[in-house]
Structure formats: structure tokens, C-alpha cells
Design a protein around this ligand. Structure first.
Ligand code: 16G
Length: 240
């Protein structure tokens, strides 16, 4: 597997070989990798070289280190295309995962000036504020804070939103969701985010803000989402 006469650096050959075994499913999420010493002996290469390959794989998120325990295969990241305007429920179901929501809060509050202007309503107008942890197969993926005008979307309840907000809009209220604009930024989890997402404080997260509009440019929702950067990557195809 390792060719010492190749012009390709040995650490890179080892890195690619391990990556290949992970991608083929020969090494499974949660499984321990052989130790640095074992790899060094297996291929008759230096531990320094092994360490370099392992560090690369840790940095790219394929594996993770546990102090004193070794290195383990990480869960595969969810690849989220950025092309369609889809809901969390649709995204997870399309992958064969079971979506669920845990409510942190659900209330009707007076809109702040910033929210009111994005929703094109009056300041202090009634808005739903809902904070949900979104789970896939019981694993927390994202923490979402959503603002929706209560005069536009009638009858929304915690029970309805614990299934799917978009389904309620389209199937029950028969409104048509038109378009959205979205921003994605890197950040690190504060203590509340870390707690809800079951990650360490300071872990990398993706901060997403989405403004969604009904057909006819009526603002439907302002959403701030915090996604686990260890479980998510966003994909986009570009044409020139
Ligand atoms: C996604 C959307 C969010 C929307 C939600 C509806 C992002 C960043 N956010 O999470 O804006 O409110 O789906 O999901 O993609 P639901 O229909 O499952 O409640």
C-alpha cells in the first residue's frame, strides 16, 4: 500500500490510504485506529511520518483524538446542497434520517426593531419566537431561533412546529414559499450553544442566517441557525 520509491510523500500515501478505508466503510465511525507505533511497524516507516498523516486526518475531520485513548473514526458529515430551499425535515428525510425537534422556548413576543424591519411589520408587532434544537436520529445537529409574524401565520403552536413549520405553511395554510437569502459564517460555540448541541464550548460552528419570503416577496421568517461544523458541510455547484 505504501510505495517508498514513489515521489509522493509517504505521509500523504498513508493519509490517502486511511481516508480510502474510511470512505469505503472498512473503518467505521467510532472505531479506533491502530496506534502511531502500530502503523509505523506495519509499514516500516517513522512515527513522525505517521503522526503527520494522522494530524492531517484530524484537521480535515475524518478522525478525532481522545486524550490518552487514541484516535477514532469520526461520523461522516452531512452534505447539504445550497441549491434548493428546503426545510430541516425534508433534508433529513431525504437522507433516511429521522428528524425531531426539542423546544427550548416558544412564545409570542413584541418584535424588536431589527426583526420588525426584516419581517416588514411594525416595531413591537406580535411575532412568534421559537428556539428549537433540530435532531437527526436523536443527534443534535442545529440550534435554530426563528421569528415569524403572528399576524401572517395564524395558529402556529409548539406541537405543529415540532413536526414541520414549512409543512404547516404549505399544506395547512396553503401559502407558497418563494425564495430565501442566506448567509453562512464561521464561529465558535458559546456555552449555551455547546450545551444544546452536545459539543464542547468553543467548538467550531456554522452560523447561518436565513430570510425566507413567500411568493410575492412577503417576509415569512427570520432564522438564526447554529450548525455543528463537525457534522455539516455545505455543497454548491458552480457554472462558468
Ligand atoms: C431549515 C431552515 C429554516 C426553516 C426550517 C424549517 C436553514 C439554515 N434553515 O432549518 O429556515 O425554518 O428548515 O424546518 O436551512 P421544518 O419545516 O422542519 O420546521
Amino acid at each position: 500500500m505504501i510505495n517508498k520509491n514513489s515521489p509522493i510523500p509517504i505521509y500523504y500515501q498513508l493519509e490517502e490510504a486511511i481516508k480510502d478505508r474510511i470512505e469505503k466503510g472498512e473503518l467505521k465511525p467510532g472505531e479506533a485506529l491502530p496506534s502511531e507505533r502500530e502503523y509505523a511497524e506495519m509499514y516500516n516507516i517513522s512515527r513522525m511520518t505517521v503522526r503527520q498523516a494522522i494530524t492531517q486526518l484530524v484537521n480535515s475531520g475524518y478522525i478525532y483524538r481522545l486524550q490518552g485513548k487514541g484516535t477514532f473514526v469520526a461520523e461522516r458529515k452531512i452534505e447539504q446542497p445550497l441549491t434548493g430551499l428546503t426545510s430541516f425535515t425534508e433534508d433529513m428525510e431525504a437522507r433516511g434520517l429521522t428528524p425531531a425537534s426539542q423546544f427550548i422556548s416558544f412564545s409570542i413576543i413584541p418584535a424588536s426593531q431589527a426583526i420588525a424591519s426584516q419581517l416588514s411589520i411594525q416595531e413591537y408587532g406580535p411575532v412568534y419566537e421559537m428556539k428549537r434544537v433540530r435532531l437527526a436520529d436523536d443527534v443534535p445537529m442545529a440550534l435554530e431561533t426563528t421569528y415569524i409574524s403572528a399576524n401572517l401565520v395564524k395558529g402556529l403552536t409548539e406541537e405543529i412546529a415540532s413536526r414541520s413549520f414549512y409543512a404547516y405553511i404549505e399544506e395547512h395554510l396553503k401559502l407558497k414559499i418563494g425564495h430565501a437569502s442566506q448567509q453562512i459564517e464561521a464561529a465558535s460555540a458559546d456555552s449555551a450553544e455547546a450545551l444544546h448541541l452536545k459539543i464542547k464550548k468553543g467548538s467550531p460552528i456554522l452560523l447561518i442566517q436565513r430570510n425566507t419570503f413567500l411568493e410575492g416577496d412577503v417576509p415569512l421568517e427570520v432564522v438564526k441557525s447554529v450548525y455543528r461544523a463537525d457534522r455539516y458541510k455545505f455543497m454548491i455547484n458552480m457554472k462558468r
